[in-house]
Design a protein around this ligand. Structure first.
Ligand code: 1GP
Length: 252
């Protein structure tokens, strides 16, 4: 396992109120022209991270995807695995996710046991992360595959208590996700309630489509904004959204 360099950077960024943008890449789509455009624009827009993963990924595509990104840039690649098969030494780090909004033991600890020997031996930086699914107004792949119910979008108290429990359990980050392609992204009210209740870096994703919403999220307390679907549809959005997310950084 690697030294916690990325995590130290995230803690420093949080302290200095410096906001980050992560672009989600689905390895199964990496050969498509649009994804090449996404990569190209992401490099140009100086995004902070690539999150690599999906709920349904075929493994050899994962290695190829990581290799082809590494060939063209040094932006850190963080695995965002949908299951214990989506592992590769070629990434820089892994979100070691525990699905704390759900009650599926397999995704709270089961898959972790299976992945533990590989990850312990690997050069990956491990980022233990409490993953919280929030209802995004549509049934998402992640909700179906994980066989869990998301936290209702208006139940801020449940979201806060879940995030605090994750922090007390010793997890290092909280990731609130409305799921890929969510109709409604997570509300700024919920983001600011959770952000105010924990000290950990807070990642927010799912259904974010505009620079205005990305900016509102970081203003509400998100430390990292994650976007996939909107960039696949329109890779030109990356510049605008990167500017919006990073616009607060110049004020520090
Ligand atoms: C999904 O949060 C990520 O896990 C990104 O969601 O694809 O809707 O941007 P979108």
């Amino acid at each position: 396992m690697r030294d916690p360099k990325l995590y130290q950077d995230l803690l420093k960024a949080k302290k200095e109120n410096e906001k980050k943008l992560a672009v989600l890449i689905d390895p199964d789509k990496v050969r498509l022209d649009k994804v090449q455009e996404v990569l190209h624009n992401a490099i140009k827009a100086k995004v902070d991270y690539f999150f690599i993963g999906g709920s349904l990924v075929v493994n050899d595509m994962l290695d190829k995807c990581l290799e082809s990104i590494k060939e063209i840039c040094d932006i850190p690649m963080i695995l965002f695995p949908g299951n214990s098969y989506q592992l590769s030494y070629r990434a820089d780090a892994i979100l070691f996710l525990s699905l704390i909004s759900g009650r599926n033991a397999d995704l709270l600890i089961g898959q972790h046991v299976i992945a533990a020997p590989f990850i312990k031996m690997s050069p990956l930086e491990v980022l233990p992360t409490g993953y919280m699914l929030i209802d995004g107004g549509v049934s998402t792949t992640v909700s179906y595959i994980s066989n869990t119910k998301p936290i209702p979008a208006d139940k801020e108290d449940i979201a806060v208590c879940t995030a605090v429990a994750g922090e007390l359990l010793g997890l290092k980050m909280i990731f609130m996700d409305a799921g890929s392609g969510a109709k409604e992204p997570i509300s700024t009210d919920m983001i600011s309630s959770v952000s105010g209740a924990i000290q950990l870096p807070l990642i927010v994703g799912g259904g974010i489509k505009t620079p205005e919403k990305a900016l509102a999220n970081v203003q509400a307390g998100a430390d990292v904004v994650v976007i996939g679907t909107a960039f696949e549809k329109d890779p030109n959005l990356i510049m605008e959204i990167s500017d919006a997310v990073h616009s607060l950084n110049t004020l520090v």
